[in-house]
Ligand binder design. Structure first.
Ligand SMILES: [Zn+2]
Ligand SMILES: [Zn+2]
Length: 328
């Protein structure tokens, strides 16, 4: 099979011929139909996430069809369409797993980070951690749901209750999905983009955002919560100033530049700053029906597998509206 491989952080991915992986007990081999390109992939390539499996096939927003089942696999047949998310495996035994917080597992495996992912024609996945997807779903359009969508959903569920007005900082793949869901739920969405990115601001307004502007601008109204997807630590104190008493600032990314100091008065009145880590299978069970009910339409830019470096570069430079998706 063809795969795009990372040999060491800082190097570009290399197109390589590799043997098709053989599924072990409890695993599936999946023929990849589409794989989204996530900002986390950039953090892995840049060495900001330490100790990846090397060499590594990145990619954790995988949509494909079951191609072969390892020993002991039940309930999924060859040809079934599935989605593979970032959480590739959790131990099921640590304190976090036992309390239903497998996103915090002490011994997790992450797709496209500590196990090979979907920048390839085939990949392996642990059967218990894939999501069955409907046949009629479009693979390219669905790929961004597997991380951008799920993490956005988890970020919103961590943002508090009774949210009327939310601010989304960074209007890329995650925000463009979450914006549609939040508006469908009857909330007001304020979109903060890179300063001067009028294309992203227009995009946000077309998706129904009540206001869109640059992230250095002050929020035009008080926010009940802010969700930060941009990997920019300066946005945390900025967003904190915009949330109401008791309001939360949710950091949705896996990596962020350092957060500058700020006066305690900005946190006072039970404002909170929280992070979101990974996902649980329960998130998937809740999110996919919600995305379907809300009629979420993703905006995607497809790239051929061997164009992965171009896709990553475009994402880094903010040239992708919506989500970049590799199509092997
Ligand atoms: Zn665990
Ligand atoms: Zn991701």
């Amino acid at each position: 099979m063809r795969a795009m491989v990372l040999d060491r952080p800082g190097a570009p991915l290399e197109l390589r011929e590799m043997p098709r992986p053989e599924p072990a007990a409890g695993q599936l081999r999946i023929r990849v139909e589409a794989c989204g390109v996530c900002r986390t992939d950039l953090h892995i390539l840049d060495g900001e996430l330490s100790e990846p499996k090397l060499p590594l096939v990145p990619g954790h927003e995988i949509v494909g069809r079951v191609d072969a089942c390892g020993p002991g696999v039940a309930g999924l047949a060859e040809g079934q369409r599935v989605g593979v998310p970032w959480l590739g495996h959790a131990c099921g035994q640590c304190a976090y797993c036992r309390m239903g917080r497998e996103n915090l597992c002490d011994a997790p495996l992450f797709t496209g980070y500590t196990m090979d992912g979907g920048y390839a024609e085939y990949c392996l996945a642990h059967t218990d951690f894939v999501f069955p997807l409907a046949d009629e779903m479009d693979p390219v359009a669905s790929a961004p749901l597997l991380c951008a969508g799920l993490i956005g959903y988890r970020s919103l569920s961590r943002a508090g209750d009774n949210l009327r007005t939310i601010g989304l900082y960074g209007f890329g793949a995650a925000a463009h999905i979450l914006c549609q869901i939040a508006i469908w739920q009857g909330r007001r969405v304020l979109a903060f983009t890179r300063d001067g990115d009028t294309a992203a601001q227009d995009f946000a307004r077309r998706l129904g955002a009540a206001w869109a502007g640059g992230s250095s601008e002050d929020a035009p109204e008080e926010l009940d919560a802010a969700i930060i997807f941009a990997p920019v630590g300066e946005l945390v104190p900025k967003a904190l100033k915009s949330v109401c008493k008791g309001g939360r600032v949710v950091c949705g990314g896996i990596h962020m530049s350092d957060i500058p100091g700020f006066p305690y008065a900005d946190l006072w009145m039970e404002r909170e700053i929280v992070s979101v880590a990974n996902l649980t299978r329960h998130d998937g069970a809740a999110f996919f029906p919600l995305a379907h009910a809300a009629g979420v339409e993703t905006r995607t830019t497809p790239y051929a597998l061997d164009q992965a470096n171009t896709a990553l570069k475009d994402l880094r430079q903010g040239r992708v509206q919506g989500a970049a998706v590799l199509v092997p």
